[in-house]
Ligand binder design. Structure first.
Ligand SMILES: C[S@@+](CC[C@H](N)C(=O)[O-])C[C@H]1O[C@@H](n2cnc3c(N)ncnc32)[C@H](O)[C@@H]1O
Length: 427
């Protein structure tokens, strides 16, 4: 299979059908055996998502009329071609001929000349990529640029710049298997360069690698998890034998971390999405951990739980995921401005309901991978306002102890953008 054709198909699914790239990409990659080929298809897809407005403009400037309907896939293919010319070291002649061949494979023989012509034109002229408006200049929808500018008047450009970087690979050491220092030594033995992160079990790799190269990965020695997400376990701080709810658990990264930290807890891992919930079970199995996995609604706990109230609740709420754009560049195009108010409403419902299920004296950790205040500090400020028995407990890592919660910005200590607020219920 031609790699450019596979990339174009995945991009088509995202841009025309609203499918997430993390779903669309593996469907195309399964046609490939070689891990290098799989990585190149991923690079082409993620690259196009990062620079979509500029690539789009470059192509439309070279064409007299846009491709429509079924021919749209050839537009996506041209994006792939243009990305190669501007942003990769692939020799231009190879980029162009392979992209033209992909056009043939996609059964648009009649458009091969157009593909060749447009890409040759771009190669010859190498026009400056357009920067005439915020969307083009920052390769980010104008509404996100505006929201970030308002939220972070001094840092918004850095936040956008960080959201375009290739993300690092983080590991979470499994304390039940070995100490972090022991695992760092094992990595050094197989010549994988790595350093310790700021949270207790975090390991930052100098460059991403295939998990199969990681010592004892399949036995559960480590898991792949961003450094920011790894703060959840120590901030919730589960104690021996406590009853803990992970209210939005799938795919289970934080559930597993909680159990590794304190294996005696009774953990109830709930998620609304049955398919994603299967990944919780798979992760628990790989790590030899046990939890009660429930398919249910965190805004209607009464419907599926007849047990006691919980000692601690992790609420890793559904959110815009604007903090993880560097990992999932397609989020920029899939997320719409109106989604934010809807997500904030859903978060409001879930947090209020979960609070009813927290024991007096119990702790709730509210978390999102968003960097938008509506989902984070404004959400928590409003919650505190309407919830007299809730107190916010500052997190040591906050730069300003008076802030409502801890907002991590993308790239800070190499981590994803993330938000945590720790709330305690009066006795
Ligand atoms: C940010 S993800 C959770 C990530 C997870 N905590 C981890 O660390 O692997 C949010 C999850 O919330 C789930 N979700 C959304 N609405 C929900 C609801 N009403 N009840 C339970 N889960 C919900 C989504 O299916 C999604 O899996």
């Amino acid at each position: 299979m031609n790699l450019r054709a596979l990339a174009a198909k995945a991009i088509y699914q995202v841009l025309e059908n609203g499918m997430s790239l993390s779903v669309a990409l593996p469907i195309q990659q399964q046609h490939l055996e070689n891990s290098k080929d799989k990585a190149l298809v991923a690079e082409l897809c993620y690259g196009v998502m990062r620079y979509l407005p500029q690539l789009d403009k470059c192509i439309s400037d070279c064409m007299s009329k846009p491709l429509k309907g079924k021919q749209r896939i050839i537009h996506q293919l041209l994006l792939v071609g243009c990305y190669q010319l501007y942003f990769t070291r692939i020799p231009s002649h190879a980029a162009i001929s392979e992209t033209a061949e992909a056009c043939r494979q996609l059964r648009f023989e009649g458009l091969v000349k157009v593909v060749n012509g447009v890409l040759r034109n771009i190669q010859r002229q190498q026009p400056q990529l357009a920067e005439d408006n915020d969307t083009l200049k920052y390769n980010t929808p104008a509404w996100i640029v505006k929201a970030l500018r308002n939220a972070y008047p001094d840092q918004w450009q850095q936040v956008i710049e960080q959201s375009h970087q290739r993300p690092p690979m983080w590991l979470r050491n499994n304390v039940q298997s070995q100490t972090r220092d022991q695992y760092l030594a094992q990595l050094a033995e197989v010549e994988i360069e790595a350093t310790a992160g700021t949270s207790s079990e975090a390991i930052l790799l100098s460059s991403p690698t295939d998990v199969n190269r990681l010592p004892h990965f399949s036995d559960g020695a480590v898991s792949v998890q961003d450094g920011a997400a790894q703060w959840a376990a120590s901030l919730l701080a589960p104690q021996a034998n406590e009853l803990i709810l992970d209210a939005c658990a799938a795919p289970g990264g934080k559930s597993c971390h909680l159990l590794e930290t304190e294996p005696s807890i009774k953990l109830v891992a709930v998620d609304f999405d049955e398919k994603r919930l299967q990944r919780v079970s798979q992760n628990l199995e790989r790590l030899h951990l046990n939890a009660e996995v429930v398919h249910g609604d965190a805004a209607n706990i009464d419907a599926w739980w007849q047990g006691d109230k919980f000692d601690r609740i992790l609420l890793d709420a559904p959110c815009s995921a604007t903090g993880v754009i560097r990992r999932h560049a397609d989020i920029k195009w899939l997320r719409k401005e109106k989604d934010i108010a809807e997500l904030a409403k859903l978060q409001h419902q879930i947090i209020d309901h979960c609070w009813q299920w927290l024991k007096p004296g119990g702790t709730m950790l509210y978390a999102t991978c968003s960097i938008l205040p509506q989902e984070n500090k404004q959400q928590i400020a409003a919650f505190l306002e309407r919830t007299p028995d809730a107190t916010l407990v500052a997190i040591a890592n906050q730069t300003d102890a008076a802030d409502i919660g801890w907002q991590i910005l993308p790239g800070q200590d190499n981590m994803d953008g993330f938000y945590y607020a720790r709330l305690v219920k009066s006795k």
